[in-house]
Design a binder for this molecule. Structure first.
Ligand code: NDP
Ligand code: MG
Ligand code: MG
Length: 338
C-alpha cells in the first residue's frame, strides 16, 4: 500500500526559511508561485527577457527576474518550463548560476529519468508533481483545498531532501489532499503511459472514432458531439467521485447493461497489447527520443499533428455549439495557451 502524507506530516517552516525561484509562469508555474507566496514563502519567478508573463506575474504581486538572476540566490529552484526546453535552460542559465547546495525541483521526472539533465552530486534533486492541471492547483488552494501531489527524491545531498520536498508540497496545498511517495522512474513512466494510452491519447481517439461513426452513418454532427464528447465530463465526474461503480449506479440500467456488453467489444483485449507496446517505448526511451529529436528541429511533426487534431470536424462543430449554449467551461482561462 502506498504511503500517504498529510498536512500534519509536513513542516511548513522549512520552505518558509528558503528562497525559492520558480522558473516559468505557465500552467504549473503560476500556481506554484502564487500558492508558495500565499503560504508565506519568499518566491521569485524566473522568466526569459521580454516574456509576456513578466507583466502577468507582477500584476499578481510577484517578484520577477531573468532566469540566471532568479537562480543566483535561490535555495530551491523549481523548473516549470515545458519539458522539452528544460535541458537548455538548465545548462545555459541554471547550472552556471546555482548556489552550492541549492535544491533542484521538478514537477515531472522526464529530464532526470531520460538523463537530459544531470545535476552534480551536491544538489538535492526532488519532485513535487501535482496530479492535476495548474489552474486547478491554484483554484483548489484558494478555496482552501488542494490537489494531491506525488513526491520523489532522486538525490539527497543534504540528508533533508524528503522534509524539504514535503514542506514544499504543503505550501502549494498538496498535503491538504494527500501526498504519495514515488520515484522519478515510476512517476515518469506511469505519467507518460497514463496520458498516452488513457487520459489524452486513448480518450481523444475514442471520441473522434465515436463521432466519425455516427456522422458517417448519417446522424447530425451536433447530436454526435453531445453523445460522445459533451457528456463525457459528467461521466468522468462520477468516476472521479466514486469509481466506475458510482458511475454505473447513476446511469440508467440500459446504459449500464450496454457498458458491460459493448465496452469489451470496442476496447477488445488486443488493445492491452497495444498499450504494452506503448509502455515498452516509454521504458526504452524511444518515445522520449522521438519527442525530443522532433522538438530539437522546431517540432515539425508536433505542429503537423496538432494542426490535424485541430482540423477534425468535431472541433469545428464543438466550437460553434459551445458559443450557442448558455453554459461556459470553467477552464476558459486555458485559452491563453496554457
Ligand atoms: P507551460 O507550457 O505552461 O510553461 C510555460 C512557461 O514556461 C511560460 O512562462 C514560458 O515563458 C516558460 N518558458 C518556455 N520556454 C522557456 C524558455 N526557453 N526559457 C524560460 N522560460 C520558458 O508548462 P507546464 O506548466 O505545462 O509544465 C511545466 C512542468 O510541469 C513540466 O515539467 C510538466 O511536465 C509539469 N506538469 C504540468 C502539468 C500541467 O498541468 N500542465 C501537470 C503536472 C506536471 P513565456 O511566458 O515567456 O512564454
Ligand atoms: Mg504528464
Ligand atoms: Mg445518451
Amino acid at each position: 500500500m502506498a504511503e500517504i502524507f498529510y498536512d500534519d506530516d509536513a513542516d511548513l517552516s522549512i520552505i518558509q526559511s528558503k528562497k525559492v525561484a520558480v522558473i516559468g509562469y505557465g500552467s504549473q508555474g503560476h500556481a506554484h508561485a502564487l500558492n508558495l507566496r500565499d503560504s508565506g514563502v519568499d518566491v521569485v519567478v524566473g522568466l526569459r527577457e521580454g516574456s509576456s508573463s513578466i507583466a502577468k506575474a507582477q500584476e499578481q504581486g510577484l517578484a520577477t527576474a531573468t532566469v540566471d538572476v532568479a537562480v543566483k540566490d535561490a535555495d530551491v529552484i523549481m523548473i516549470l518550463a515545458p519539458d522539452q526546453h528544460q535541458r537548455t535552460i538548465y545548462s545555459e542559465l541554471i547550472e552556471p548560476n546555482m548556489k552550492e547546495g541549492a535544491a533542484l525541483f521538478f514537477a515531472h521526472g522526464f529530464n532526470i529519468r531520460y538523463n537530459y539533465i544531470k545535476p552534480s552530486a551536491d544538489h538535492d534533486v526532488c519532485m513535487v508533481a501535482p496530479k492535476g492541471p495548474g489552474h486547478t492547483v491554484r483554484r483548489q488552494y484558494v478555496e482552501g483545498r488542494g490537489v494531491p501531489d506525488i513526491v520523489a527524491i532522486e538525490q539527497d545531498a543534504s540528508g533533508q531532501a524528503w522534509d524539504l520536498a514535503l514542506s514544499y508540497a504543503k505550501a502549494i496545498g498538496g498535503t491538504r489532499a494527500g501526498v504519495i511517495k514515488t520515484t522519478f522512474t515510476e512517476e515518469t513512466e506511469t505519467d507518460l503511459f497514463g496520458e498516452q494510452t488513457v487520459l489524452c491519447g486513448g480518450v481523444s481517439q475514442l471520441i473522434q472514432y465515436g463521432f466519425e461513426v455516427l456522422v458517417e452513418a448519417g446522424y447530425q454532427p451536433e447530436i454526435a458531439y453531445f453523445e460522445v464528447l459533451h457528456e463525457l465530463k459528467l461521466i468522468v465526474d462520477l468516476i472521479n467521485e466514486g469509481g466506475l461503480t458510482k458511475q454505473r449506479w447513476s446511469i440508467s440500467d440500459t446504459a449500464e447493461y450496454g457498458d458491460y456488453v459493448s465496452g469489451p467489444r470496442v476496447i477488445s483485449p488486443n488493445v492491452k497489447d497495444n498499450m504494452k507496446d506503448v509502455l515498452d517505448d516509454i521504458q526504452t526511451g524511444a518515445f522520449a527520443e522521438r519527442f525530443i529529436s522532433d522538438q530539437d528541429k522546431g517540432g515539425p511533426e508536433f505542429q503537423e499533428l496538432r494542426k490535424r487534431g485541430e482540423g477534425h470536424e468535431i472541433e469545428k462543430v464543438g466550437a460553434e455549439l459551445r458559443k450557442m449554449f448558455s453554459w461556459k467551461s470553467v477552464d476558459e482561462d486555458y485559452s491563453d495557451g496554457h
